[in-house]
Design a protein. Structure first.
Length: 287
C-alpha cells in the first residue's frame, strides 16, 4: 500500500525538535569532557590560529579565485533558472508556513488570475500560518509533493503531458488535494479538464458535491453558491474512499475581485469564492 502523502510543512516541527535535541546532547557532552583534554584542545586551537602561514602569492591568488567562484555560484543559485518550483524556504518564510501551489501544466500553461487573498483570510479565520502568495510549480516536477493543496486554473484548450498525469494521480491518491477552476467560465478549459480527469482517473467520474459536505463547513458555513449572473453550476469532485480529493468549478472560483488587472467579464464566476477557497484549504489540511 502506498504511503500516505504528507506535505513537508507537516513534518518540519518534528525535524526541528529532533535536530535541537541532537545538538544540545552533543553540546553538553562536550562540556563534560575531562578538563585536561579540554585544555589541550584549547592550546592546539590557539597554536593553529597564531602560527604564520607559508606559501607564495600564487596560493593566495588561487584561494581568492576559489572564493570568488563560490560567491558567483551562490549568486547564480538565487537567480531564476527557468524552473518554477520554489525552494523549501521562500522569502524568509518559516518551513511551518502552509503554502499552496499554482500549477504550471500542459508544459507552460498556467493562470495569473486566481486570487491568493484567501490565504490571508484563512490565517485570520483559523489557527494556521499561511504564505502570502501562491507558489508556481510545474506539475511535472516532484515539487508538487511539498504542498497539501494545488490549484489548476486557466482558459482555453489544453492537454496534459504523460509525466503530469502520473504526478497528478499520485499526488491525489496519496492525500493531496486538487482545486480546479475554469477561468472566466471557459467552455474549452472545462471540456479539456473533464477529458483529463477521465484519463487520469478512468475508474470514476466527477460527481456533484452537495452543500452538506464538510468542505462547505470547515470555517464558513456555505449555505449556497452566489454568482455574477443567475444560478451557478454546482461544484463537482472526486472521492477517494471517504476523502474528497478533487473539487472543481466550471463557473470559476478565481475571486477576480481581489486580483489586479483581471476580470471575469463574460463568465459566471462564483462571487463567494474566497470563503469557499478558505474552507477548501482547511479541509485539505484535515485529511
Amino acid at each position: 500500500m502506498a504511503r500516505k502523502f504528507q506535505p513537508v510543512a507537516r513534518l518540519n516541527a518534528t525535524i526541528i525538535v529532533r535536530s535541537k535535541l541532537i545538538f544540545e546532547t552533543g553540546y553538553y557532552r562536550m562540556i563534560n569532557l575531562n578538563r585536561t583534554l579540554a585544555l589541550l584542545l584549547w592550546l592546539a586551537l590557539v597554536v593553529s590560529m597564531t602560527t604564520p602561514s607559508f606559501g607564495d602569492d600564487s596560493v593566495k591568488n588561487d584561494s581568492a579565485k576559489n572564493d570568488s567562484a563560490k560567491t558567483k555560484k551562490s549568486d547564480d543559485a538565487t537567480k531564476p533558472n527557468g524552473t518554477i518550483a520554489d525552494p523549501a524556504l521562500v522569502g524568509g518564510e518559516s518551513s511551518s508556513v502552509i503554502k499552496v501551489a499554482n500549477l504550471v501544466y500542459a508544459g507552460t500553461k498556467t493562470s495569473e488570475c486566481f486570487s491568493d487573498h484567501f490565504l490571508r483570510r484563512a490565517e485570520e479565520s483559523s489557527s494556521i500560518s499561511t504564505s502570502r502568495r501562491l507558489h508556481s510549480v510545474k506539475l511535472a516536477s516532484d515539487e508538487v509533493y511539498n504542498f497539501p493543496m494545488i490549484i489548476m486554473n486557466g482558459e482555453g484548450e489544453f492537454t496534459l503531458l504523460a509525466q503530469e498525469r502520473e504526478n497528478l494521480r499520485r499526488f491525489i491518491q496519496r492525500g493531496g488535494f486538487l482545486l480546479a477552476s475554469a477561468g472566466c467560465s471557459s467552455k474549452e478549459w472545462n471540456q479539456s479538464f473533464r477529458r483529463e480527469m477521465a484519463t487520469v482517473f478512468p475508474e470514476q467520474s466527477l460527481k456533484t458535491i452537495g452543500l452538506d459536505h464538510l468542505v462547505f463547513h470547515t470555517v464558513y458555513d456555505i449555505a449556497g453558491l452566489n454568482a455574477k449572473h443567475g444560478t451557478p453550476q454546482q461544484l463537482e469532485g472526486l472521492h477517494f474512499g471517504t476523502r474528497l480529493g478533487v473539487l472543481y468549478s466550471q463557473d470559476g472560483l478565481n475571486d477576480t475581485s481581489n486580483t489586479q488587472g483581471c476580470c471575469c467579464c463574460g463568465g459566471n464566476e462564483i462571487t463567494n469564492a474566497e470563503q469557499i477557497n478558505v474552507n477548501v484549504l482547511i479541509y485539505s489540511l484535515l485529511q
